[in-house]
Design a protein around this ligand. Structure first.
Ligand code: HEM
Length: 505
């Protein structure tokens, strides 16, 4: 009898759970949003969450299938969690720009008990606005000129490392690029001059790579529970040894500089100014009369240095990988680019900031690379205020996750004919004028647009110049064409590392 009661209770529990899941997975239908046929356990994300498809393919397919049905958006579920995916350029633009006040959040977990999570990307509302206002002056073109010598210094080391590899064997360009960008970010954001280009297993790099590994369980927990609840029960989004390592690195450097009055031309120095004076003025000197109340704390600086590393090293390294892959496949484009690089450097006498800015064809090559391969293939937003989708009766409720598939918009033939073809001339002045509405959003758009775009573009361009100026590059025979996207990660990244054959120019 007791056994029967237990079995009956389990049966009732399972039935209720099933009924709840079914009801929950009808949410979009109930509010008039087209939806798919979700799986009771995984929702619509079965292929994504089981690592059978990449994030790039998942959102690209959603974009094109929705558009093919004549719809502008579709409601999906990750298990029981609803998310709306936008498949329309005009609506995407509105959400990112004009109607930003309804979509101010990236929907990331942050809590003051997890200091590394208190970074600009995750913060919301007034906290985010205040941080963004303070950090924005760190990324002006003037500041890029200030740190340019660090970038060229690292590019010289990159060249030495390529030369060391020699021309007999295939070289792993991806690994070299990751080491190059790690050195740049370590130097500019942490004040650390580490030698990752010669010492690949440096602890800074190992810990950084560990941080970037996706943790699906964390992702699920952060989607299901509120951040205040998770924070209050001591949830740690990032392992404690990672937090300790980065905190120590930054705080040691800060106190060394403060104690010895050391000043250096880097982001850490600019954040020190924000710590003491709350403001960076146009000449990088502190304007004593304009002190503002909320100064950056040491913990804020740790969080921002850490985020610059997360945001800045792999994104740029992967952009260089995609660019060199295309340049190796398209020898005509490669030669044209090399001619431009040689001519412009001759004109300026050496690689200067101004010389890089003068390289118009290089700019087109990088733009086309990021069009075809947006490293962040889908832009996340969370609705922060109920939003009625224009010309419909659909209301997106506060708290709902919204995704803008940049990858779909960038590969849509309506905006970019023959989207699979790599053609830098899409970004010539005339062609841009011919299609003013074509979306190009690899750095996002609107008030939340990537703050480090100038730095990302600069280190990418200098990395490409270093290779193309000095070497003819070819794909190693072992490489698969076209590149296949890696699964089970949040970024668009190729499965295979880029192996190149090189010949000195
Ligand atoms: C090619 C390289 C890069 C790419 C493709 C890239 C892409 C992006 C994207 C797509 C976003 C989200 C934008 C949105 O939601 O609308 C973002 C945000 C951000 N990125 Fe980058 N990024 C790159 C390099 C960098 C670098 C080098 C830094 C700084 C060191 C950086 C700092 C940031 C910051 C601070 C944000 C958050 C902005 C905010 O929420 O207010 N990024 N990036």
């Amino acid at each position: 009898m007791a056994l029967l009661t237990v079995l009956f209770s389990i049966g009732v529990f399972v039935f209720l759970l099933y009924a709840f899941a079914k009801w929950r997975q009808q949410y979009w239908k109930r509010i008039g949003v087209p939806q798919l046929t979700p799986n009771i356990i995984f929702g619509d994300g079965f292929l994504l969450h089981t690592g059978k498809t990449s994030i790039k393919e998942f959102y690209e397919d959603l974009y094109f299938n929705t558009k093919a049905r004549g719809q502008k958006f579709v409601g999906i579920y990750h298990a029981l969690m609803p998310e709306i995916v936008i498949a329309d350029a005009t609506l995407s633009k509105r959400i990112l720009n004009q109607d930003f006040e309804y979509f101010q959040s990236h929907g990331m977990f942050y809590h003051k008990s997890n200091i590394l999570t208190m970074n600009i990307f995750s913060l919301e509302g007034e906290e985010w606005r205040g941080r963004r206002t303070k950090l924005t002056p760190m990324f002006t073109s003037g500041k890029m000129k200030m740190i340019f010598s660090i970038i060229t210094n690292k590019s010289e080391k990159l060249l030495e490392a390529i030369n060391k590899c020699g021309t007999n064997d295939a070289i792993n360009a991806e690994d070299l690029f990751k080491r190059y960008t790690t050195e740049i970010i370590a130097s500019t954001a942490f004040g650390l001059d580490i030698d990752v280009l010669n010492e690949p297993n440096h602890k800074f790099r190992e810990i950084g790579e560990e941080t970037l590994k996706p943790h699906l369980l964390n992702f699920a927990l952060e989607r299901i529970f509120s951040r205040n609840f998770l924070g209050s029960i001591g949830y740690q989004a990032i392992a404690s040894h990672i937090v300790e390592y980065f905190s120590k690195v930054v705080k040691d450097t800060l106190s060394h500089r403060e104690a010895n009055g050391i000043e250096r031309k880097d982001f850490l120095q600019l954040m020190l100014q924000l710590k003491h004076h709350g403001k960076i003025n146009e000449n990088d000197r502190v304007d004593e009369n304009q002190k503002i109340k909320h100064l950056l704390t040491d913990n804020d600086i740790v969080a921002e240095s850490f985020f610059m590393y997360l945001a800045g090293y792999e994104t740029s390294a992967t952009t260089m990988v995609f660019a060199l892959h295309e340049l190796a496949l398209n020898q005509e484009i490669q030669n044209k680019l090399r001619n431009e690089i040689t001519e412009v450097i001759e004109k300026h006498g050496e690689i200067t900031y101004e010389a890089v800015m003068d390289m118009e064809y290089l700019d087109k090559v990088v733009k086309e690379t990021l069009r075809k391969y947006p490293i962040v293939p889908v832009l996340p937003r969370t609705c922060t205020k109920d939003y009625k989708i224009p010309n419909t009766n659909v209301v997106i409720k506060k708290g709902t996750a919204v995704q803008i598939p940049c990858i779909g918009l960038h590969s849509d033939p309506e905006f970019y004919p023959n989207p699979k073809i790599f053609d830098p001339e899409r970004f010539s002045v005339e062609n841009k004028m011919r299609r003013p509405d074509a979306p190009w959003i690899p750095f996002g758009d609107g008030p939340r647009q990537c703050l480090g775009m100038r730095l990302g573009l600069l280190q990418t361009k200098v990395g490409i110049i270093t290779f193309i100026k000095n070497f003819h590059i070819f794909l190693d025979k072992s490489m698969t064409v076209p590149l296949q996207p890696q699964k089970s990660i949040f970024l668009y990244h190729p499965v295979e590392e880029l192996l190149l054959r090189i010949e000195k120019v």
